[in-house]
Design a protein around this ligand. Structure first.
Ligand code: NDP
Length: 298
């Protein structure tokens, strides 16, 4: 039976390290990192994410600025809001909660984020730095996957990582981040041939698809590490009454019977995303304010 990778506990450790570093910034450098979160419209899932982000930012001793805009906000107004945050010297990190309501153009909004404050790692500059292997702010969810894999396995050098999914948000940056750890990376997607056989060749399997329980037990090699990024809401027949529950992209019980280690959903990759957001905000604050890099080395 696989070892459970406790994302909640590991995220709490990262949060605590960020809080300790923030305390040092406040007491010795008169600096309190500030994260600005922009939420447009009233999508219920986004509201929950933003509430969690605000709570954990404040718990880490950072300042949280929340900008809530109506779904009717114009493209020009939204871009002006983000540009103003980019120009504001007190703001260290900017996060625009995605998806934006139609017909807003997220790419044009992201382009207005100062790359020095791009704590979601979504600007072209951040993506370019990642590809070039230069220091920069990395996308949070894939960074969380790498941290979980390292905590589970130690050094990742030489491991074969199969990432299923090639999105800008998760799959592609996950592939590049594992490559930077000297892994051999395969990026699979909807056109990949014989995905189960390919998945079985993975030492580390990272499904990031958005299809409930697509990865079955016989897709997993004996002893492999499974990092399940998927978050899918499905009906919960056990509870009835239209109740739902969250499942990953992996059929957990089947995979756990063969894997060496596996993340649960919820409680795996999910909590790491916000932990990495706080870590990026700390890094951005230290870099922007010209403080020693070691202050953000967590
Ligand atoms: P996207 O929809 O942007 O990308 C999904 C990817 O999966 C695409 O590259 C697609 O391939 C691939 N895919 C779709 N169907 C198949 C298939 N049958 N076989 C193989 N590959 C397939 O999703 P995201 O990357 O944004 O998110 C993926 C999942 O991760 C979702 O469940 C999302 O909720 C979750 N997520 C979790 C986060 C967390 O904090 N834990 C954060 C962000 C996302 P193609 O490119 O060929 O279409």
């Amino acid at each position: 039976m696989a070892r459970l990778i406790d994302g909640k506990a590991i995220a709490a450790e990262v949060d605590a390290a960020v809080a300790a570093a923030t305390m040092v910034l406040r007491s010795e450098h008169e600096t309190q990192p500030t994260l600005a979160v922009v939420l447009v419209g009233d999508d219920p899932a986004s509201q929950v994410y933003v509430r969690n982000k605000v709570r954990r930012t404040e718990a880490a001793g950072m300042i949280s600025r929340e900008l809530r805009l109506p779904a009717t906000t114009s493209q020009a107004d939204l871009e002006a809001t983000v540009a103003a945050l980019s120009a504001d010297p007190d703001v260290d990190g900017i996060l625009v909660q995605l998806p934006l309501p139609a017909p807003l153009d997220a790419d044009a909004v992201i382009a207005r984020i100062d790359p020095a404050k791009d704590v979601d790692g979504l600007t072209e500059v951040s993506a370019g730095r990642l590809v070039l292997g230069r220091p920069g702010l990395r996308p949070c969810t894939p960074e969380g996957c790498v941290i979980l894999a390292k905590r589970t396995l130690g050094a990742l050098r030489g491991a074969h990582v199969v990432v299923i999914g090639r999105s800008i948000l998760v799959g592609k940056p996950a592939g590049l981040l594992f490559l930077a750890e000297d892994c051999t990376v395969t990026l699979a997607h909807s056109r990949t041939r014989d995905l189960p056989a390919l998945a079985r060749s993975a030492d580390i399997l990272v499904p990031a698809v958005g299809r409930p329980e697509m990865v079955r037990g016989d897709w997993v090699r004996d002893g492999a590490t499974v990092i399940d990024v998927g978050i899918n809401r499905v009906p919960d027949p056990a509870r009835g009454d239209g109740a739902t529950r969250l499942v990953g992209d992996v059929a957990f019980d089947e995979a756990a019977a063969v894997a060496g280690a596996i993340t649960p959903v919820p409680g795996g990759v999910g909590p790491m995303t916000i932990a990495c957001l706080l870590r990026n905000t700390l890094k951005a604050a230290v870099a922007r304010r010209g403080l020693p890099e070691a202050l953000a080395a967590i």
